[in-house]
Design a protein around this ligand. Structure first.
Ligand code: 5GP
Length: 119
């Protein structure tokens, strides 16, 4: 799939749409999900034009991939999630229900999260 520069996360990255920012560095921006599925629900997006996990891991420079996953760890640390635990989710494509075509990962926590998948 070709990258659409008008997707909602591209607009957030450009500052055209507001977000509740949690963390930002040269590689990634993290912000609260607009429809939280848990007490803590943060989205982490890389600063680059990648549609999905597959696109990102195949085509992003190694420095960006490392920076992105390091940013995810920093977000979890900043929110004091490691002690009680948290879940990271990445949706790729239709069967996973990916809604926004800019690669992102979800960080969820703040309560026991139950089983892996909704029945
Ligand atoms: P996906 O299914 O693509 O992995 O998840 C996309 C997520 O983006 C959803 O959890 C949805 O609530 C969130 N989302 C969609 N539009 C916006 C928005 O404008 N702002 C924020 N902060 N989150 C959004």
């Amino acid at each position: 799939m070709e990258y659409d520069p008008n997707n909602i996360f591209a607009k957030i990255l450009r500052g055209e749409i507001p977000c509740r920012k949690i963390y930002e560095d040269e590689h990634a921006l993290a912000f609260e999900d607009i429809a939280p599925a848990a007490p803590v629900h943060v989205l982490v997006v890389p600063k680059g034009e990648f549609v999905s996990f597959d696109d990102f891991t195949a085509h992003a420079p190694a420095s960006l991939q490392l920076g992105f996953f390091s940013a995810m760890r920093k977000v979890a640390q900043q929110l004091h999630l490691p002690q009680n635990g948290y879940r990271i989710i990445g949706n790729h494509g239709a069967d996973a229900g990916q809604l926004v075509p800019h690669f992102h990962m979800h960080i969820l926590g703040g309560k026991p999260l139950g089983g892996l998948l909704a029945k």
